[in-house]
Write a protein of this length. Sequence first.
Length: 401
Amino acid sequence: MTPITIQEVKVITTQPYAAQRLVIVKVITSEPGLYGLGCATFTQRFHAVVAALEHHVIPYVLGKDVQRIEDLWNMSMVNSYWRNGPVLNNAISGIDQALWDIKGKLANMPVYQLLGGKCRDGAAVYVHADGADVHEVADNVQKFMAEGYRYIRVQMGGYGGKYAANIRPEGAQDGTYYDPKAYMRNALKALEHVRATVGDEIELLHDIHERIQPIDAVAFAKAVEPLKLFFLEDALAPEDIEWFTRIREQCATPLAMGELFNNPLEWRSLVERRLIDFIRMHVSQMGGITPARNAAIFAQVYGVRTAWHGPADTSPVGHAANLHLDLWSPNFGIQEWCRFPEFMYEMFPGLPEVRNGYMYANDKPGLGIDIDEKLAAKYPCKDEVLQWTQTRLPDGSPARP
Ligand code: MG
């Protein structure tokens, strides 16, 4: 049988709203009308991913058999000798997810069937509640509860809070200032207020976003233990993960980590040592469905659940990939959901729908999602130096965003 091959690969960029510069890969095959889509979005450095695809990854995959996902993934990763990193992983993910989409279309099955079939019919999602003060935060949590959400992330004033005291030294540079200690106090107050207001029937989450010192993360995880969070996210920066041992020794707050990870070495020992409860890698950032499937199976052996990263800078195609993993994984934990605006459903027909706190697949073959390229082209990506990631501590020194 003559293999179906990769004839052409298009890299589609679009910035439909806010600062989300999305990168979508469209793999077009030798079979007329057969193509697949993959997410390659690294919004902060999207030009670099486009260049990696156009100059390096695509020339290698052109003409190859679309069925050989494992072979293409592994060879694409070692072909550059230097492996991983957000640019290369995302570029490879674009091809990988598109090939899973194509394999599903060839099999006339949704991707979750190829992975082993459904363990559940809908994936429970969590959404983000925020507010300027504890009352506004609680109001927003209750609004989500009224829409059927049962898992809600509670923040106040965004990551790190908005409570940077104006105590910067003379001549300090501009930037997005935050005060780690003030953030800790205020986040704890917000979580306590929300728990007292809404009771125990709702699952609460919180994202520290690696904004505090490791020893403060230990203290914070202990302080929120009585509030029984579903999980505490990114209590530590990837550079500080050895501190997870200290948190584990002192409390039973469930811990989630992973959106910044590039390399399996970053999560492997955390899972093996049961230092975290949820892996939440960004599926395109780790290289696509193929490595995510492997990580999910690895985590299952150790009793660790999945909670794939699901922000608005994961493209709708990436969210579809998340969903197929969610429906299949026996050790699925929760799915982050960014609540795309309605017009995104026109640009990406088949974008997963969320009803009453669950995300559903449309059961079409492959990933079940498409892109209206003409509509996407109406929103070209803008070049701008990002502001929100220019984060600084009160004394003006640079900090992790
Ligand atoms: Mg996060």
